[in-house]
Every structure is written in structure tokens, then in C-alpha cells.
Design a protein around this ligand. Sequence first.
Ligand code: 26Y
Length: 818
Amino acid sequence: MTEVTAPKASLSGSEFAGEIRSKLKYQLGVDESSAKASDVYVAVASAVRDHLSDSWMRTRAEMVQGNTKAVGYLSAEFLIGRQLSNALLNVGLDEQFALAMKELGFDQDEVIAAEAEPGLGNGGLGRLAACYVDSLASLGVPAFGYGIRYRYGIFRQEFDKAGRQVEKPDYWLTQEEPWGHVDYHRSQRVGFGGTVQEHDGAKVWEPAWSVRAVPVDYPVPGYESGRVNTLRLWESRSYDEFDLSAFNDSDYMGAVVPQVEAENITKILYPEDSTPQGKRLRLEQQYFFVAASIHDAIATFYPGQEHPDLRTFPEKICFQLNDTHPVIGIPELMRVLLDEYGYDWDTAWDITTRTFNYTCHTLLPEALEVWSAQLIGELLPRHLQIIDRIDAQFVEGLENKGLDGERIDRMRILTRDGNPQVRMAFLATVGGLHVNGVAELHSQLLRDVTLKDFSDVFPERFTNVTNGVTPRRFVRLANPRLSALISEGLGTDRWMSDLERLQGLAPLADDASFVERFAEVKRANKRDFSVFAQQRYGFEVDPGTMFDSMVKRLHEYKRQSLKILAVIAQYAAIKDGTAGDMLPRTVFFGAKAAPGYAMAKLTIRLINNVARVIDADPDVAGRLQVRFPENYNIELAEHLIPATELDEQISQAGKEASGTGNMKFALNGALTVGTLDGANVEIRERVGAENFFLFGLEVEDVDRLYAEGYDPLSYVQADPRLRKAVDMVAGGVFSEGDRDVYASLVSDWLTKDYFMTMADFTAYMDIQQEVEDAYRDQARWNRSAILNVANSGYFSSDRSIKDYLERIWHTSPSPSSI
Ligand code: 26Y
């Protein structure tokens, strides 16, 4: 097998075609002439995997034998997207693939599109994890991604005739899946429930039941690095899969109950948790993957050792806790050290606190996970004892520092009221070395507000790492035209692994012929998207209009409502003849709402119905369109982002931790309309205030308004456009005259409006006027867009990972033996 270490694999297109041919024949048993795109996809993917094997094995061996501390990235989500084109690019087989497809007579786009997208995440946190494992491998840092291989993942979103979201299971594993390698030898037993016994003074947890955690390993090839890290996703299986005696007694359902119960743990991502069973299942998921991962790390770094010296564990690996979801790992490592390996409390605590670090991804206090002590006690009785002791020790430390009782109560990990709760963010802050936010503003607000007490007492623990995105997937693969232009403009393609080189494009923003070529790239991407949208969703998109996109999870704080109210106001202006010569636009939404989140689902319904009413109205004729493709996912992002000209980042100031869509859009030459929130602040600083459309309340304004007593109605009354838009929704214009459909939404806008959409409406309409004026001067617009690209190199996930290495993990790429 050829070794894939050089920038380009030393293999010809014909040779690669030969490998694909033999995969078709010997692995799939299909004849080349009758092979379908999905067959060819499997054949190409397994051929690529063969090319990864040597590097994969060597990377693993070096990780265990070398002296470089590894990183274990623990995350409930890895939104990795399709793997094939990324793997081809990263190992340097992309050109050979194109040649091979030509030789074999297959359409390469069809082959790429035959891969099902794994929906193993739901939003920014999951995509960030995927960008980070890509960058870790590209930089040569020994690392594992540890998570769950959900059978169905995030739901597939459909819209019904009334425009409502309908959730369907995503059957992403119904076709052969060539990437994941099931490694039964590395299975782990994970226990639940039961009791804690004492034998000779030692505590022994005797679980009531246990499941088998089976790892499915995905290769993570670095870009031109010759390294292939592992994404290890756990699947739950039953030890007693099948009850033969029940079956023989004709109890066919009863015979598979144990199997179903065990496998339910990894069926779906974020089960609805409004019921006690749902909550319990979520905690089971979290413990399941974290416990398996910790045991796996010990088995990996101390192979075959019955009495390993785990005092060296923090030198072997550090675990990054991606939000609170894996925080149960802290008491789990304590339990393992105390009960399974016999360390004393202080030694175990020292090892544990040097192993973990915590990234917080939110500012909403209600989004910080809290588990009832009762539930933890039922499911993980030994862990509750350990948490209790961690809390007691922590409180003692605070008392010794002279802190007052009120403050100590606020900081307790385990609350001591009638219904005690475990605050996972606090446990993470106490049980690890570092806590980081994901953008400058976010980290500042964590210190000043969300985790203020902790930051006051332990200021040295807090730091910031601004998020980043991988330029390989989100520029090179998603936007090949722009990539070619960038490489030509810079005279090199090294920008893909050193994104700050994009700076070199800045002077070209004043070169008329470069600007024109840049504009043509965007136009061509828009045409492409129109074709894709027609084929995939069956809707018309006019590439002659401005493409204005808002794509992200649906949440009130992100304020899709603000955008749709502005669209309605524009529509009203067209209807009453006051729209003047407004700029023709197509407004794109992409968003899934959590299944139990009623307000978010109602907003989806409203957007769909606004789209429908506008479309059916001949008065609007090509001036305004709303398009809401269903099931927003990585694939859609990869198509839409390169075609977008205006990116909407309009969350209420102080609520979006960072955002990463904003970075992807800027890197693809869209201009942002946004608030001073999350990473918008840093994007604007870098691309220049004159190349960013800033509007709206700032964090201090928001705080002041809350303090004064915010009254949304006064804003509605003050702006006739807003009044009209709200009236139209309330009056049934978008619900066939039915005034009840959106009543709860309207009532929230008028009486509560916690995220101050009404207060920001006027400023938002004004800035949209500025957007229109700027867009009419295409030369100026494109200059700004190029400067967005040129100045966004900082937002590479490679830079983020280097920051983590330096500020948090205190490790480095491992020296290469190649
Ligand atoms: C239900 C609960 C357990 C839960 C599930 C998922 C809580 C949070 C999440 C996901 C959060 C998330 O995606 N946060 C986003 O993380 C991005 C990466 O840091 C940020 O850019 C973005 O601002 C933040 O909302």
C-alpha cells in the first residue's frame, strides 16, 4: 500500500481506478458496468481507508510509545459531515479521484453525494468538535475524539402542509458505512444502579445492571500531515442480547427486552427530557460514553498492566470537557482511582484535577446542566458519594479562605436544600485545571457574570479560546472556485494550513480585475445554489437577487423572529406602495427546533407561512422571496454559505457564546449584519468596522433595560412598521385568518420579549437600508467582501487548537518519525 505522508499520494489516477475496480469486484461483488453511485462511493471510501491504514496504525503506536501528552476530546456531539471528499483532500488523493472517475465513467459529484451524512450533533458545539479533531490531526497532535455513535442522531426535519416541523428518524445507517471500524477487543463494561458495599474499609460499587460499550473507530486524517487520529464513538449493546427461554415460551417481545433496553442508550441524540425517563436516559448516555472513554484511555496508555502507575496519567492524556455533558467523568475518574486502583483521596484528587479542563459554550444560566442528586444516586450511587465529598472538601476550602456563607451556598456543587441538585458547570470548574469561554466577550461575561464567584476565587483558572473553523472543509471543499482564486492571488495554496496568509489578499481588494473575478465566483456559486435548490427542494431561487442567509439552530435568543418581522415589514411596504426601489432579495432560513421547544416550533411555522403568502402574492413579483429548505445540515451549509452575500448574526447582545457560522460566512466573502455579540466582536475588529453592518443594543444597554423594566409594547407602538408587522401576524395574514395560531408568539412579543427583539427592530430596519445602499455599489461591496476573506484567517480552527495547546493542554504536536 502506498504511504500517504507526502502532500500528494504517489499514485496515478489509473492506479487508483484499478483499486476502485477491485473493491467493486471483490468487496462489493458488483460489476463495473452495473455499479450504482452508492456502490462506487463504498468502493472509493474503502480504497481511501486502505491508504490511511499505515498512517493510522503508526499514529496510534506513536501516541502510546511517544512522550507527548495526548488530548481526549470528550463530546456528546461530533457533527462531522460527509467524510469522503475530506479524506481524499487530506491524504492527497483528490486529483487521482477525479481522474479515476473519468476513467471509470462515473460522475464524481454523484459519488460524493451518495454518502449519508452522519447527524451526530445538533449545532455549533458539535461542528466545533469536528473542526477541532480535523485540526488536531492536521497539526500532528496525538488525540482522540470520544463520543457516541447514535443510531439515529439528530432528527430529520420535515415540514407538513401547515408549515410545521415534523421530526423523523434519520436512518443514516441503512447503507454500508465504510468508515467506522468496530473494535470488539476494546469493548468496555459500563454499570448502572445498584448499591455501594464496604469490604475491609474499601468501597465497592455493585451495579444492578451493565451494558457493553463497543467502540466504532473513525479515521481522522490530518491535512497533509501524514497523521490519522481516531474518533472513537461508543455504541451500547446488551450482554444478554436474547432471552432464549422467554422466546421458547413464545414471549417474542419479552425475549428482546434486555437488548432494547441496552441499545436505547445510544439510539438518539438529546432525547426529550421533559419526563423523568427522558432525563434518566440522558444521564445514562453521558455516563455511558465518558466511563467507556476513561477506561479506554487507561487501557490504551498502560496496555496489559494490572497495576499501572496512574500518577502519570495526566502526563499521558488530558480530557477536554466539551460543555457540561461529559462532566460526570470527574467523579468517574475519582471512583476508578479510589475503588479500582486503591489510591488515597488526595492522590486521586490530584490526578483528576490535573486531567480535566472544561469549555463552557453558553451564557444562559438555565443552559448550565443540573442533575437531581436523587437521580444520580439511583443511577450512580458511588458517584453521588464522591460528589458529596468533593463538595464538602470544596466548601471547607472556601471557608478557610474566609468566604461568607451566602457566597458559599451560591457556589456549592451539591445544593443542600430539600431537593438537592448537582451543578455540573461548578463541578467542572472545581474538578479541573482550566475553564474557557469560546470568544473574548463570552469569556469576559463568564468571569463577570455566569461564573463570577468562581472567577473571583480562582481567577487563574479562567481563560479564553476563540472558536475557529476548518478551512479545508469550509473553504477549500465547499468553495472550490474561491479557493482557486485565492491560491492564484497568493501564488500558493499554503493558506489552507496557514490561514493568516489570507492577509496577502488585502491589496488585491483594490485590483479591479481581481475584484471582478471575485464577483464572478460569487455569481457562479449563486447560480450553482439555484440549481441545487431546484433539484433538492424543488423551489425556484433567482440568482439575480441578493442572497441573505440566517442559518443556525432555532432559538429565541438568536432572534429568527427579528428577521421574519423585518421581512413582513418589507412585504407590507411593497403592498402599500412605500417600498420604493427596494433591492430584490432572497432570504434563506435554515434551522431545526428542539422537539419540545414550542415557541421555536411556532417560529418555524410562521417563517414557512410568510414564505408561502409572499410567494403567492403577484404584487411582490421577484422583489422578495423567503426560502426555508428543510433539514439544515452540514451539506446544506456547504452549498449555501459560498453563495451567500449577507450573513445574519443578530442574537441579543450577551447571549451567543461565539457563533461559528459567522466565521464560515466571512471566510467565504459574505458581509455580516450583526450585533456586538460572541465572535462578531472579533470578526468586526479584524475585518474593519466599515466592512461589517453593526446594529442594535449592546450588553450594557440590555442590562440597563432589564434593570429599568423592559416594556416591549412601547417599542411596538413607536415604530409603525413594527406595529403593522405584528398586527399582520396577530390578524391571521399568515394563518388563513386564524388569529389563534400565532397568539402565543404575539403575546410573548408584546408582553415579555425577553430577548428584546422589539427594542432592536428599528435599528435593524435602518441597518438593512444601509445594506441595500452598500450593495448597490457592487465595486464597494466586493471590496468589503474580499477584505472579510483576507482578514478572517485568525478564525481557523488550527489557530484555536494552537491556543488550547498553549493555554490549556500544555502539550504540542508529537515529533514526526516520518
Ligand atoms: C440540552 C442540553 C444538554 C444541551 C444540548 C446542546 C445544551 C447545549 C447544547 C449545545 C450548545 C451549542 O451548540 N452551543 C454553541 O456552541 C458553539 C461552539 O462553541 C458556539 O459558537 C455557539 O455560540 C453556542 O451556542
